[in-house]
Design a protein around this ligand. Sequence first.
Ligand code: ADP
Ligand code: NI
Length: 221
Amino acid sequence: MTDTNPGMQITGKVMQRVRERFAADGSGHGIDHVMRVYRMAVRIAEEESCDTFIVALAALLHDVGDHKLTASGNENHREEIAALLDGTGLSNVQTNQIIDIVEKVSFKGNGVEDAPMPVEGRCVRDADRLDAMGSIGIARAFAYGALKGRPMFDADKKPGSHDNFGDYKKSNSHTINHFYEKLLLLKDRMETAAGKRLAEGRHAMLEAFVSEFLLEWDAEK
Ligand code: ADP
Ligand code: NI
């Protein structure tokens, strides 16, 4: 059966293009991450009064042009998203709404406040952050760390503080530090009702993991 709802048709088209662009990958930023963020963002949006169509598209596009994925290492959301949406029938206003959200989704350092977002953006940002927490978050952190050739842990290297995005991007510490520098801070940055609720269990999982890891590291357990 073909879908006659224009919004659903556009979402389907964008999903197809995103699937072509994001292969299955080992860095935790592949199509599986994108699809989890999409499903979670839409789920969070059901409890908010907002434009679910914009939430769905911004979630599907949230990693397009991310510095972790571009060849140059620079952010390039605007051009890459505009190119991906070309010919889908989305208005300029909607395209700009989505780009504005995606530019503000990323965590930019533990000393950098999150930029204020429209409610649609808050749903996407919380969904992206939930995927950095819990058991999936732990798996993604070590997958990313391994891809970058970083040690799992080094007791002599303490967590750093980053008060600008440039310093945060340059940080190349071991993966346990990433828990202190970002992952364990996410619970208190949640902004939606569902995000706050779901973050509780995922945060507890991160805490339990780090304390077990440190005990086992020292062969104390
Ligand atoms: P954001 O845009 O907020 O960075 P993403 O979903 O694009 O969110 O990717 C963040 C994920 O990438 C982290 O949650 C983690 O799994 C991985 N990651 C990023 N930087 C590091 C790092 N320095 N060490 C380990 N994992 C990292
Ligand atoms: Ni993401």
